[in-house]
Write a protein that binds this ligand. Structure first.
Ligand SMILES: [Cu+2]
Length: 246
C-alpha cells in the first residue's frame, strides 16, 4: 500500500491538464481501473471505518441509553419498592381462633359432640393461637394407628396448654377428641373434660397457603368403630382451615 500511496502522491502532484501521461492515465480504462481498484479499497476502508465508527457510536449511544433507562428503571423500582426485603407473606401478626366442642346437640346427630367455628382463615406466617374449650365429659380412647394422635405435634413449642398444665401428649385412654390438620402436620389432643369443661391452647405458624382439612381422629362418633355420625359429618368433627398470603 505504501507504493500505491506514493504513486498516488505523484499522480496528485501532476497537473493532469498539462501532463499527457496523467491525461492518458485518466482516460486509460486499465489505468482508471487500477486507480479505482487502488482507491476502492481505500474508499471502502474509509466507508468501513465510517460505518464501524458510526456503529460503535450507535452502540455506545445505545449502551448509554440502555444504561440510562435501566438506571431510571432501577431508580423507579427503588422508589416504589420497600428499602428492605420483606417476606412475601409473613406479616408477623397474631390471631386467636376459638373453638368449642359441644355435646348438647339436637336433631339427627343429637347428643353427639360437635365443634363450633369449624372453618376459619388465617395468614401464612402469622402466629395462630387455637383455643379449644371442650364440654365433652366422655372419652374416646385411641385405637391402633390412632395412638399417634395422643402426641402434640406441629405447635411452636411442641406442647399445648391443658388448663394451666403444659403437656406434650395426653394419655390415649383420656383422649376425647383431637384437632388434627394432617397437611400441616398439626395435632392437638383434647382430653376428657373432667370438671365440666377443659380448655386446650396451642400456637402454630402456618408455613404454606391453601385450604386444609382438619379432622378429629378420636373415635367419638357413632357406630361400632366410632367413625360414623359426627365423625363423618362436615362441620361436626371436620372442617377447613384456609391459609392465605399475609
Ligand atoms: Cu371427636
Amino acid at each position: 500500500m505504501s507504493d500505491d500511496r506514493s504513486s498516488r502522491s505523484e499522480g496528485l502532484g501532476r497537473d493532469s491538464a498539462r501532463d499527457p501521461l496523467a491525461r492518458l492515465g485518466a482516460s486509460d480504462p486499465l489505468a482508471r481501473l487500477g486507480r479505482l481498484s487502488w482507491r476502492r479499497p481505500r474508499r471502502g476502508a474509509a466507508r468501513a471505518a465510517i460505518v464501524v465508527g458510526s456503529l460503535v457510536g450507535i452502540l455506545v449511544g445505545l449502551g448509554v441509553t440502555v444504561a440510562a433507562v435501566s438506571g431510571v428503571a432501577a431508580g423507579i423500582r427503588d422508589l416504589t419498592k420497600p428499602s428492605t426485603a420483606v417476606p412475601a407473606v409473613a406479616d408477623g401478626g397474631a390471631v386467636t381462633e376459638h373453638m368449642s366442642i359441644l355435646t348438647n346437640t339436637t336433631g339427627q346427630l343429637g347428643g353427639q359432640p360437635k365443634y363450633t367455628n369449624t372453618s376459619w382463615t388465617v395468614k401464612k406466617g402469622e402466629t395462630v393461637t387455637v383455643v379449644i374449650t371442650s364440654y365433652d365429659t366422655g372419652t374416646a380412647p385411641l385405637q391402633g394407628a390412632q395412638m399417634m394422635f395422643a402426641k402434640v405435634q406441629g405447635t411452636t413449642t411442641g406442647t399445648e396448654q391443658v388448663g394451666a398444665k403444659t403437656v406434650s401428649s395426653v394419655s390415649d385412654v383420656m383422649v376425647a377428641h383431637t384437632f388434627t390438620v394432617p397437611a400441616l402436620n398439626f395435632n392437638m389432643p383434647i382430653p376428657v373434660a373432667t370438671h365440666g369443661h377443659v380448655t386446650v391452647t396451642a400456637t402454630f405458624v402456618p408455613t404454606k397457603t391453601g385450604t386444609f382439612v382438619w379432622q378429629c381422629y378420636a373415635p367419638c362418633g357413632s357406630g361400632s368403630n366410632g367413625a360414623g355420625g359426627a365423625m363423618s359429618t362436615t362441620d361436626w368433627m371436620e372442617g377447613n382451615i384456609k391459609v392465605v398470603n399475609g
